[in-house]
Ligand binder design. Structure first.
Ligand code: PLP
Length: 468
């Protein structure tokens, strides 16, 4: 391996990063080396002596080769991961170089101001109340945690309980009304907040994946502190709850409404999806991810809260060594962390690169590509469209075409076809179980995906069907 100029690790990193990005169109989307091989490359006793920084970067890039999933590729459709826009990748490099600690204004004035601006831009993009407070978190998981901390604080305060002072043991019980198809990151956020699984009141959903107003009304008849969690984009079907109908019902009973919009909140960036997202602005808190559909590199969640006082009370902490700056935004008032990455820069860069129109175009383009992938696959022999495209999600399964094939055979064929597609390196999908059947998820969430990527992917599926 050739080593770069030892004085220049950043040049080395830039070279490797360029090579990686340039290869996304041609390299295997799947990782190509085994765990054993990766361990062989990396495993070693803790080094006694150091080596020049540029050599570290070169060696790292060399040893990592093939161990990465090319999730930034335009033919990656698994989970909900999202690509990375060039400006936000570059901004994240600067964030690392500047190494700002975005805890309070005093530890990085510019990080505080940029978060302030980027947060306002997101409220504007999502058409949420501009007086909402917000925070940049590691992801949607911690956005839920932050929002639900504020919710817990407010619903308990309404019955005279100060959770910050009195804690949770002995507190009045909180009723948690959640959808049967919620993302489990909500359960985990609630667990962190002292609310266990058995305390969740799970509401069944209708055929469209939404909670019926009658179901919610019936669950709201019990008085007391109540939080309702609604879905903006189920990760299997893209299902949305009917916010216009449900939020007023919850508010009429004094409940707090939280929305999981990990990717679905971005539906509000385009008028095309108004039928799905209308009424979402009525809720009390919203959680989303900029590392998903805004295509900022990972570690970029966002939470907005209609009630800044509750949000601040749930998060803030003060110590004598802080330096307070009048009127400045201290991030620690709004986030669960102390020292933290300056997350506003990547978001600011992505929003500047795309603008409001560019974000809308990205959402609409990916939505159309999801439709093209679903219809292109459904036209192939033995492919069943299990859930039609909604926003950017669809489900298909691959049938075992032998006479008398059972559901178990269809499940097994679905697994085999997904494995064959991923092994081809041409495209990458993930499985899921939907209504008891194994399915393949189609999730389109990347600025890089082109019409050509869609065609290549359908060709890869066609080929996989011939061998699996
Ligand atoms: C609907 C939904 N909510 C929450 C999450 C959790 O987000 P994160 O991984 O950013 O914490 C995800 C992740 O895919 C999701 O799809």
């Amino acid at each position: 391996m050739t080593h770069s100029d030892p004085r220049d690790p950043l040049e080395a990193a830039a070279r490797h990063a360029h090579a990686w990005l340039a290869s996304l169109d041609t390299r295997s989307v799947a990782a190509t080396v085994s765990r054993d091989e990766l361990r062989r490359r990396f495993e070693a006793p803790l080094p006694e002596r150091g080596v020049p920084a540029a050599a570290v970067v070169d060696d790292l890039a060399g040893a990592a080769e093939g161990g990465q999933l090319a999730s930034g590729s335009g033919r990656f459709f698994a989970w909900v991961i999202g690509g990375a826009l060039p400006s936000s990748v570059a901004a994240e490099w600067l964030v690392s170089a500047w190494d700002q600690n975005a805890t309070i204004y005093a530890t990085s004035p510019v990080a505080s101001v940029v978060e302030e601006v980027a947060g306002q831009w997101l409220l504007d993009l999502f058409r949420l109340p501009r007086t909402s407070s917000f925070a940049f978190t590691t992801g949607c998981q911690m956005a839920h945690f932050t929002a639900l901390s504020a919710a817990r604080e407010q619903v308990l305060r309404q019955v005279g309980w100060d959770v910050g002072r009195q804690g949770m043991s002995g507190s009045p019980p909180i009723r948690l009304l959640v959808s049967a198809i919620r993302h489990v990151s909500l359960d985990r956020a609630l667990r962190y907040l002292g609310i266990g699984k058995d305390q969740l009141h799970v509401l069944p959903v209708e055929a469209d994946g939404g909670i019926a107003p009658g179901t919610l009304s019936a669950a709201l008849t019990v008085d007391g502190p109540t939080i309702v969690c609604l879905n903006a984009g189920d990760l299997n079907t893209g299902a949305f709850d009917d916010f216009r109908a449900l939020v007023p019902l919850a508010h009429a009973r004094g409940a707090w409404v939280h929305v999981d919009g990990a990717f679905g909140l971005f539906g509000r960036a385009s008028r095309r999806y108004d039928a799905l997202v209308e009424g979402m602005e009525l809720a009390d808190s919203w959680a989303t991810d900029c590392h998903k559909w805004l295509n900022v590199p990972q570690d970029s969640g966002f939470v907005a809260v209609r009630h800044p006082d509750a949000h601040r009370r749930a998060m803030t902490i003060v110590d004598s060594y802080f330096v307070a700056e009048d009127k400045a935004r201290d991030e620690i008032d709004w986030t669960p962390e102390w020292s933290r990455r300056a997350r506003g820069f990547g978001v600011y860069a992505a929003l500047r690169e795309l603008g409001r129109e560019g974000v809308a175009a990205l959402i609409e383009r990916n939505g159309a590509q999801c439709e093209a992938l679903a219809s292109g696959m459904a036209a192939l022999p033995g492919v069943e469209l299990v859930s039609p495209p909604r926003l950017n999600q669809a489900l298909v399964r691959f049938l075992d075409l032998r006479d008398g094939a059972t559901d178990a055979n269809h499940d097994a064929r679905t697994e085999r076809v997904i494995t064959a597609i991923n092994a081809s390196g041409e495209a990458f999908f993930g499985p899921s179980t939907w209504k008891g059947q194994r399915v393949m998820r189609i999730c389109v969430v990347n600025w890089r995906t082109t019409t050509r990527d869609v065609e290549r992917t359908i060709a890869a599926v066609r080929h996989a069907l011939t061998i699996a």
